[in-house]
Design a protein around this ligand. Structure first.
Ligand code: NAD
Ligand code: HSO
Ligand code: ZN
Length: 441
């Protein structure tokens, strides 16, 4: 079921290594070309286009694109008590984790009478995407909303696909999570069309919706399938986004001390998200590789979402990478930059310290990815497709702008007049020096 890439005798380096590792064939650029026209439709025709696109991609035409407030409150009233309790724990853990990320304002005295203040200002309005195609993700409501709230964002809007099973409404657990967190602006809009609605704003349909239906936002965050990730890439010129958090990936570094049943279970757990999900094992033990394959085949066939799990595990994006030693496994992982990385080796903490590129790192056999998906207090919205080489997971920083505030007194500016004149002369910008010198004439 899992393909084998054998680097034990020779391992490529640099660009060649990146290309030799298991990766999905469908790339985000191809997906972007497919959805570009539909995003222009939303920009031009607002709610009318949103309803047409829902019919085409979600198989249902939502009556209310903007979810009425009564739907939100009744969803929370009807929420199962065990799920409510789990959400409460997740919210508390995530609040603690995200509050600790908020940087404090800093004032630096550069010279007597001259200060630079580093401020962190939240953006005004954000659009948060919550997936709802093959599975529904109330946990992603918590991951997005708690991070935005802890950053101090004032206006929070959420979008999630309309569900055929619920007559074109957003899934009730997603609505309940929104209500629990005090989010009142929720849209039954999914996929790339939701990202377009947030980026460009959308007019309402005459006689049905308020007009405008949705105002444009400053930042869009949240996970989704390849079309959602591609749409976020396309709107980068008009608003901020978090990392490209596309189809899920798990990388596992394991040595012969690892428990093959746990490794197999964790690879299956993330494969169940999407047929395009990737599960890759990096190991220096051929014996472990054999045992994992023996565990994974029957387990993948028996699990509830067997079809998409088997498709994900046998696709070109998944497999086993055999390496000469754990140092080579670390190099291969750094070249791959998995969304999630689990470490099942002796001295797992030391291996973790050598990882440079991964969305989140899960250390030891008692820290499986599903813990981070729901309850660990870390964020599960994480970079995929190798973007973890230069982007991090969702945090309060996605919603905060660093702004420098500068204040010099007369004496400090006077001291800087001479060197400033020299700079302005060197750049042949005499009006710059005049703007300073005129203050002292
Ligand atoms: N990286 C992360 O942080 C992270 C976190 C959670 C989930 N995920 C990923 O989110 C994804 C959720 O995917 P999903 O499909 O279940 O839900 P989704 O909400 O992301 O996508 C569903 C939407 O996709 C659109 N769509 C479907 N087929 C299309 C097509 N052919 N062309 C254009 N648009 C199309 C539809 O509009 C639909 O509303 C999974 O890939 C999962 O692995 C990633
Ligand atoms: N593993 C996903 C991140 O890629 C997050 C998630 C939500 N629910 C279950 N899992
Ligand atoms: Zn998951």
């Amino acid at each position: 079921m899992l393909s084998i890439t054998d680097f034990r005798t020779t391992m490529p380096t640099g660009m060649e290594l990146r290309q030799a590792l298991p990766r999905a064939q469908m790339n985000i650029e191809d997906a972007a070309e497919k959805i570009r026209p539909l995003m222009q439709e939303v920009k031009a025709r607002g709610a009318v286009a949103l309803r047409e696109l829902s019919e085409k991609f979600d198989g249902v035409r939502p009556e209310h694109l903007r979810v009425p407030e009564e739907e939100l409150s009744s969803a929370l009233e009807q929420l199962d008590s065990a799920v409510r309790e789990a959400m409460d724990i997740s919210i508390a853990h995530n609040r603690a984790g995200h509050r600790a990320q908020v940087p404090s304002e800093r004032v630096t005295e550069i010279m007597p009478g001259g200060i630079v203040k580093q401020r962190w200002i939240p953006v005004e309005r954000v659009g948060l995407y919550v997936p709802g195609g093959l599975a529904v993700y109330p946990s992603s409501v918590i991951m997005n909303v708690v991070a935005a709230q802890e950053a101090g964002v004032g206006q929070i809007a959420v979008a999630s696909p309309p569900q055929t099973r619920f007559g074109g409404r957003v899934h009730p657990t997603i609505l309940a999570a929104c209500q629990l967190l005090g989010v009142k602006e929720v849209y039954a809009v999914g996929g790339a069309q939701a990202i377009a609605m947030f980026a460009y704003g959308a007019s309402g349909e005459a006689g049905i919706d308020p007009d405008p239906l949705c105002q444009p936002v400053d930042v869009i965050t949240g996970p989704g399938n390849i079309y959602v990730a591609a749409a976020k890439r396309l709107v980068r010129a008009v608003c901020g986004i978090d990392a490209e958090a596309g189809p899920t990936e798990i990388g596992i570094i394991a040595d012969k001390s690892a428990n093959p049943a746990l490794v197999a279970a964790d690879m299956i757990s993330q494969a169940e998200h999407d047929p395009n999900a990737a599960s890759v094992l990096f190991t220096d033990s051929e014996e472990l590789a054999r045992k994992v394959e023996a565990e994974i085949v029957p387990a993948a066939q028996a699990t509830k979402h067997s079809q998409r799990v088997c498709q994900a595990l046998s696709g070109p994006q998944s497999g086993i990478v055999l390496v000469a030693d754990i140092a080579s496994a670390i190099d291969a992982v750094n070249a791959y930059a998995p969304e999630h990385l689990e470490i099942h080796t002796v001295e797992a903490g030391e291996v973790a310290n050598q990882i440079r590129n991964a969305g989140a790192i899960f250390v030891g056999p008692y820290t499986p990815v599903p813990l981070g998906d729901y309850l660990a207090g870390s964020n599960h919205v994480l970079p995929t497709g190798g973007t973890g080489r230069y982007e991090g997971g969702l945090s309060v920083m996605a919603y905060l702008k660093p702004v420098q505030q500068i204040e010099y007194q007369r004496g400090a500016l006077e001291k800087m007049a001479r060197p400033l004149t020299a700079f302005a002369d060197a750049e042949d910008l005499p009006a710059h020096e005049e703007a300073v010198n005129c203050r002292f004439e």
